[in-house]
Design a protein around this ligand. Structure first.
Ligand code: KG4
Length: 336
């Protein structure tokens, strides 16, 4: 089953050709350099660039895989969640292609595909398992019961972990994408130097909250600037990173304990964070939990993960027709 997959949910135009868990090609055209000057993604610019780039990206994915349109068995596309104008470009391109080729169109949920990045190169990984998905727009703990059966155990009440990293980094003067740069500059910290709150959601064991932490970083920087004090950015960055990791790790292990799962999977852009990986590895080893982290090149947005998840969606009967629309927000368990 040869699938052409398309991803355009944010600032990457991506296409891939996949066969089951095998990636025959993966092409990513990133707009990072253009959005950098604004300190974050400008949705209108993202949509325009997707329109300009999508044909060439798809052609290159086919060329790299040494395949033609006539070889394809299905077209898959990220249809939700994401920036609506950006998603619409991929959805409409995929729709046109599938209809003209007379092959199935498979709608793929963005977070499901982030989880599926872990299936690439890991033939033995099969549900059930516990998953922590952390990206720029989402942070959630999911019990993955089957390839297309998800139960949300905990999620953020406000900002995503990636949003907290990005905004804290921007306030510290680090360039976009902030999370990556914050991770790079963070040094071994004196965790007592800056007093940042340890986020906690009252009355909920598994939910996250990151907006208070984000505000605390901004306030710390404002206070220092008003007093004419210099901020030790590597130490502040390491303190924020520690606070975010503390919460993600604590809640994830509580969820593992409650469900009795023995496998943990990390997913999403923030799963590239060096400290999160290091500490998760340490904790999993201690507790006899098997840990999977996506290969770094498939942590961020890409279409290979879309194609891999699409094969499971198709097997479960999840296809769409010309009526398929893009959706800006949609829970991972939308199709129960
Ligand atoms: O999954 P992703 O590429 O896009 C979304 O679907 O949101 O995630 C992007 C997020 C951004 O917030 C980015 O700053 C963050 O992942 N990120 C990181 C690291 N690499 C990417 N955050 C912390 N540490 C990293 N090393």
């Amino acid at each position: 089953m040869l699938i052409l997959a398309i991803e355009s949910s944010c600032d990457e135009t991506a296409a891939a050709v996949t066969e089951g868990r095998k990636v025959l090609s993966s092409v990513i055209n990133t707009q990072i350099e253009e959005h950098k000057i604004y300190g974050g993604v400008v949705p209108e610019i993202a949509s325009r660039r997707h329109c300009e780039n999508i044909s060439a990206v798809v052609e290159k994915a086919l060329l790299d895989a040494n395949k033609n349109y006539s070889d394809l068995d299905a077209v898959a596309v990220t249809f939700a969640p994401g920036l609506i104008g950006a998603l619409l470009v991929g959805v409409n391109f995929a729709k046109g292609l599938a209809l003209s080729l007379g092959i199935p169109l498979i709608p793929v949920h963005h977070l499901r595909s982030h989880i599926a990045a872990n299936y690439i190169g890991n033939e033995e990984l099969k549900p059930p398992f516990m998953c922590l998905t952390v990206s720029g727009g989402n942070s959630l703990i999911t019990d993955v019961k089957d390839y297309t059966d998800f139960e949300i155990i905990g999620q953020t009440r406000d900002d995503a972990a990636g949003e907290c990293f990005d905004k804290a980094a921007r306030a510290m003067g680090l360039s976009y994408p902030g999370g990556v740069n914050l991770d790079k500059v963070a040094s071994v910290a004196d965790f007592n130097k800056y007093s940042l709150p340890k986020p906690h959601v009252e009355g909920s064991t598994f939910d996250f909250s990151f907006s208070g932490l984000k505000t605390a970083v901004i306030n710390t920087l404002h206070n220092a600037s008003q007093k004419g004090e210099e901020v030790d950015v590597p130490v502040l960055a390491a303190t924020v990173r520690k606070r975010v990791c503390d919460m993600l790790i604590e809640n994830t292990f509580l969820a593992l304990k409650q469900t009795g799962r023995d496998t943990l999977v990390l997913a999403g852009g923030v799963s590239a964070n060096s400290e999160l990986r290091r500490r998760m590895e340490e904790e999993c080893k201690k507790r006899g939990i098997k840990l999977y982290c996506p290969p770094l090149k498939y942590c961020g947005d890409n279409a290979a993960m879309v194609g891999v998840q699409a094969a499971f969606e198709l097997a479960s009967g999840n296809t769409a027709g010309a009526e398929l629309n893009a959706t800006a927000t949609l829970p991972i368990d939308y199709r129960k």
